[in-house]
Ligand binder design. Structure first.
Ligand code: BYC
Length: 483
């Protein structure tokens, strides 16, 4: 019986207009509300999703069930016909609250009144990033370096669309009229719009070319991973279960980012070796992206993404934790009191023009802690990148800037900190910023390399082919068919 229930929860009902594993058909009012939101979503996709793609057939994975094998089914799909749906990992009846003030109580299946507006705000903030990233990436398909990359971009895009569905389901199902209004507003804000922008700053930046896209997928999608992991600990069980399933999809996005940058590095190192050159201008003359420019993009995307963690010291984050709305990364695996009553945590701040480490009550600096967990993973990825120049005998190593560098939120907001963590004068910053952050010329140069390569198995000159194709297919497979 338990098994039968499990598989009923896991399998996705595709006979419905909205594929789902939440028994949507048993709640007619909810089903109708979501079926009314669906055409608005499709209009949004048409207006701001990948440009000129309605007719393309794309080799995509679609979730057909949430169990191990079922969430990665591959086949050709026209993107407007992608089956965006609502998938939650199955409910664990034994799951109790495991941190914060309500520790030991059963998890919530409905939203307690006292947390309603806070939870709604967290869900809206999360939801807002998903369509934002699709908007940011709208034009990239026009300059893809290969069919393989084009397919990966579209996979990321449809899954971000699905992540929007995930949050919209929660808003419609658990937050009544307010939730429906928020769901509508999620389709109205626009990345970069002066009057109605997306909520978080990084989601209003342009992703104007593929180097920015890979960096975004490596750095910013990984913020997604850490925020979703923290929300997957939530007392509000439907949110936890939604985020768990989203994490399975997020892994691919980070792969696209990490391997994308790695392939750029690979190609640059090949060009440097073959031409016996190291001067950035000579590398550029060969149509590759010099390592110094790659470093500037790393500096930019890392610093902008750190802002997404909020201020180091945050009463919001403390309240999220004590209320049990949002946990720490891998909360269940940590072995402390899960209340942080007496714990302390070290964060950096500026005092008298110096960067100093301070030990503060752990509860007050949870954003900093999540950010540090994130940075550990970033460092591991960068160590893998650095094996590439090393294998070519090139001494250059990509470095991570100090967390205070180029920040707009938190302790270091609007201070002048160099990438190696020195507090400097405004004048010194002005003089050096061009060396540290991508300039308009850098963007223009990278953009100038972007031409559309759509012959199966062919790759643009500035990027190496991947080690293998998608889902066991060869690299030269026709990942996107043009009608
Ligand atoms: N931009 O206490 P504080 C993803 C505001 S990415 C603008 O420090 P808190 C994805 C803040 O709202 C993951 N405003 O912040 C990736 C607050 O305003 P009020 C997205 C900002 O609340 C790639 C004030 O400053 N998910 O999934 O602790 C592709 C003081 O804030 C920003 C989430 O973010 C900013 N960067 O933390 C696709 C999870 N930062 O209250 C998808 C949900 C702060 O003074 N969100 N502010 O008016 C959260 O958990 C929290 O809202 C944040 C901020 C961690 C973002």
């Amino acid at each position: 019986m338990a098994e039968a229930m499990d598989s009923a929860q896991q399998s996705i009902d595709y006979s419905q207009r909205i594929p789902n594993n939440v028994e949507l058909s048993t709640d007619k009012a909810l089903q109708r509300a979501l079926e009314m939101w669906q055409p608005a979503f499709l209009d949004w996709w048409k207006d701001t999703g990948p440009i000129d793609t309605a007719k393309l057939e794309v080799y995509l994975r679609t979730a057909v069930s949430v169990d191990k094998g079922g969430w990665a089914n591959f086949g050709y799909v026209r993107m407007p016909e992608y089956r965006w749906g609502i998938f939650l990992t199955p409910r664990d009846e034994r799951r109790n609250i495991h941190f914060g003030d309500h520790k030991g109580e059963p998890v919530w299946e409905e939203v307690p009144g006292e947390y309603r507006s806070t939870l709604r705000r967290i869900i809206v903030t999360q939801g807002d990033t998903e369509p934002a990233s699709v908007e940011q990436q709208r034009l990239l398909g026009m300059t893809c370096p290969s069919l393989y990359d084009l397919r990966n971009l579209f996979q990321v895009n449809v899954e971000e669309g699905r992540h929007l569905w995930a949050m919209v389901y929660l808003l419609h199902r658990y937050f009544g009229r307010d939730g429906r209004e928020e769901a509508k507003a999620l389709l109205e804000r626009r990345s970069g719009d002066a009057n109605n922008p997306r909520i978080l700053t990084a989601f209003n930046e342009e992703t104007g070319h593929w180097l920015a896209f890979y960096m975004f997928a490596f750095f910013t999608d990984r913020d997604g991973k850490f925020q979703l992991s923290a929300l997957a600990e939530s007392n509000f069980d439907p949110l936890a279960r939604t985020c768990k399933f989203m994490l399975t999809e997020e892994a691919h996005h980070m792969f696209v980012g990490e391997s994308g940058v790695a392939r750029v590095l690979q190609r640059t190192c090949e060009v440097m070796r073959d031409g016996k050159i190291s001067d950035p201008a000579q590398v550029r003359a060969q149509g590759a992206i010099d390592l110094e420019t790659i470093q500037r993009f790393v500096n930019f995307h890392y610093s902008v993404t750190l802002d997404l963690f909020g201020a180091e010291i945050s009463s919001n984050a403390a309240n999220f934790y004590t209320g049990g709305l949002k946990g720490r990364y891998e909360e269940t695996k940590l072995s402390d009191d899960h209340a942080l009553s007496n714990d302390r945590y070290a964060v950096e701040d500026i005092e008298n023009g110096q960067i100093v480490a301070k030990s503060l009550p752990a509860l007050t600096v949870l954003n900093a802690r999540l950010r540090d967990d994130y940075t550990r993973e970033i460092l591991a990825g960068m160590a893998r990148w650095n094996q590439i120049p090393e294998s070519f005998g090139i001494p250059f190593r990509v470095k991570l800037s100090h967390p205070g560098f180029h920040r707009k939120i938190g302790n270091f907001a609007n201070q002048h900190i160099s990438p190696d963590g020195q507090v400097i004068s405004a004048a010194a910053w002005e003089a050096e910023a061009k060396r540290w952050l991508p300039s308009d010329e850098d963007h223009a140069f990278v953009a100038s390399l972007m031409g559309r390569v759509i012959e199966p198995g062919k790759f643009a000159n500035w990027i190496a082919p991947p080690a293998r194709g998608v889902n066991g297919m060869p690299v030269e497979f026709e990942y996107v068919r043009f009608a």
